[in-house]
Design a protein around this ligand. Structure first.
Ligand SMILES: C[S@@+](CC[C@H](N)C(=O)[O-])C[C@H]1O[C@@H](n2cnc3c(N)ncnc32)[C@H](O)[C@@H]1O
Length: 372
C-alpha cells in the first residue's frame, strides 16, 4: 500500500473513532431522556460501508452503535426509542455494497426503526433532509457530512440543517488541501468557500495548518452567530498532514458530549489526534490534561461571583470537562482562596461544584463561587 493511502486510512480510522465515541455518548443520553422521541441519523456521503476489506466506514459504525443501544435498552426494560437512518451516496454501486454488508452482518432489524438508502447528489438531498428535520417534533437529528473535497459544502446549508434547533452536524473537511492552496494560488472553489464566510480580502493569512483550522473555526462561529456552538477536532500525522472534523450544534449538551469524546481521544489537549501521541515512548504513562490556560481563565472569570450554571457554560465554551474544572476549584479551595456558598448564603459543601449538564438544567443557581 502506498504511503499516502496508509495516511488516509489512518485518518479515516480516527475520524470513525470520534464518530463512534460521540454517538455512543450522545445517543445513550438521548434515549434515556423522557423529552426525546425518535432519533434520525443522516449520513449524506456514506460510502460503501467497508473499505479495504476490513475498515469499517461511517454507516457500519452508526448501525453498530444504535443496535447496541437499542438492544441494551430493550434488555434492561428501559423505554426504547427508534432510530431512523438515511444513508446516501451518489454512487449506486457503493449503496448496493453497503446494503449487502448490512444484511450479512445483521446490523439492522425493523424494530430498531426505519432504514432508508438513496443515491442522490448531496446538493439535491440536502433540502429534503432540511425540510424533514424542520418538521420534527420532540425528536432529534444527527447529520454526518463526509465528502472527499469541499466544493459542495456551504455554511448556509449547515445553518439550514441546524435551524430547527433539533440537530447536530459533524462535517469532515480536507483542511490540509485547503491550507496548501490558501498559500499557493487559491482555486476558485476555495475563494467561494471562504467568501461565503468572510469577504476574501479580510481572510486572515495562516502560517500553519493548525492556524488555518483555528481561523476557519472562528469564521464558522462568526457566521453562525451566538446561538450555535462550533468546535473542531484535528487529525494530524505531522505539521503538513492534517484533516479536521467540525462539529456544529445549537445545544450546549450536544457540545458537552462532543468534548467528552474529544478528551477521550486526546487526553492532554482535547484538541485532536496525532500519530505521534499514540506511538511515542511514553504512551504507557498516564496522560494528564493540560489545564493551565483554563485555570488562568477561570481565575479571571471568578473575580466576579458566579453561579454553578454560569460556570457550567463557561467551562463548556472553553472546551473543558467537569472533572478539569472540579480539580482546579478543589485546588483553589485547598489554597483557601475560593468562597463557595449556597443560594441562601450558607457555606456550600466542600469539593462539590455542580458543573454537569444535569445540575445546569435542574439547579443552575445551587451555589455561588468567587475568588477572594
Ligand atoms: C470520503 S467518502 C465517504 C466515506 C464514508 N463516510 C466512510 O466513513 O466510509 C465520500 C463519498 O461521497 C460520495 N460522493 C461523492 N460526491 C458525492 C455527491 N455529490 N453527493 C453524494 N455523495 C457523493 C463518494 O461516492 C464517496 O463514497
Amino acid at each position: 500500500m502506498k504511503e499516502s493511502q496508509k495516511i488516509m486510512l489512518q485518518h479515516s480510522e480516527v475520524k470513525i473513532r470520534l464518530l463512534r465515541l460521540y454517538l455512543e455518548r450522545y445517543l445513550n443520553i438521548l434515549t434515556k431522556s423522557k423529552y426525546c422521541g425518535e432519533i434520525h441519523l443522516y449520513d449524506l456521503f456514506c460510502g460503501e460501508g467497508i473499505y479495504n476489506g476490513t475498515g469499517k466506514g461511517s454507516p457500519i459504525i452508526i448501525l453498530e452503535t444504535i443496535k447496541n443501544i437499542f438492544y441494551s435498552n430493550k434488555t434492561s426494560g428501559n423505554e426504547i426509542e427508534k432510530f431512523n437512518c438515511l444513508f446516501n451516496d451518489i454512487d449506486e454501486n457503493k449503496i448496493k455494497k453497503l446494503q449487502l454488508e448490512i444484511t450479512e452482518r445483521k446490523l439492522h432489524y425493523s424494530e430498531m426503526g426505519n432504514l432508508k438508502f438513496s443515491q442522490k447528489d448531496y446538493c439535491n438531498i440536502l433540502p429534503e433532509v432540511a425540510q424533514e428535520i424542520n418538521t420534527l417534533k420532540n425528536q432529534k437529528a444527527f447529520i454526518f457530512i463526509d465528502p472527499y473535497g469541499y466544493k459542495n459544502i456551504k455554511i448556509s446549508d449547515i445553518k439550514i440543517l441546524l435551524k430547527s434547533n433539533k440537530s447536530e452536524v459533524l462535517l469532515f473537511l480536507p483542511t490540509q488541501f485547503m491550507f496548501r492552496f490558501e498559500t499557493k494560488g487559491t482555486p476558485e472553489s476555495l475563494i467561494e468557500f471562504i467568501d461565503e464566510l468572510i469577504p476574501i480580502e479580510k481572510w486572515p493569512k495562516s502560517d500553519t495548518g493548525i492556524e488555518f483550522i483555528e481561523n476557519l473555526t472562528e469564521a464558522f462561529r462568526n457566521k453562525l452567530g451566538p446561538s450555535y456552538y462550533v468546535d473542531s477536532f484535528i487529525i494530524s500525522r505531522d505539521l503538513n498532514q492534517f484533516f479536521c472534523l467540525f462539529f456544529f450544534t445549537s445545544h450546549i449538551y450536544g457540545f458537552d458530549k462532543m468534548l467528552e469524546a474529544k478528551w477521550n481521544i486526546d487526553e492532554e489537549e482535547g484538541r485532536g489526534w496525532t500519530n505521534k501521541s499514540e506511538n511515542d515512548l511514553f504512551s504507557q504513562v498516564d496522560r494528564k490534561a493540560n489545564t493551565d490556560k483554563f485555570e488562568q481563565k477561570l481565575k479571571n472569570f471568578l473575580k466576579v461571583e458566579r453561579t454553578n450554571g454560569e460556570l457550567y457554560e463557561f467551562r463548556v465554551q472553553n472546551g473543558h470537562l467537569a472533572k478539569h474544572a472540579n480539580d482546579i476549584l478543589t485546588k483553589f479551595q485547598n489554597m483557601g482562596i475560593l468562597i463557595s456558598v449556597n443560594a441562601d448564603g450558607t457555606p456550600a459543601r466542600k469539593s462539590a461544584f455542580y458543573l454537569c449538564y444535569n445540575n445546569y438544567k435542574t439547579e443552575p443557581n445551587k451555589i455561588k463561587l468567587k475568588l477572594k
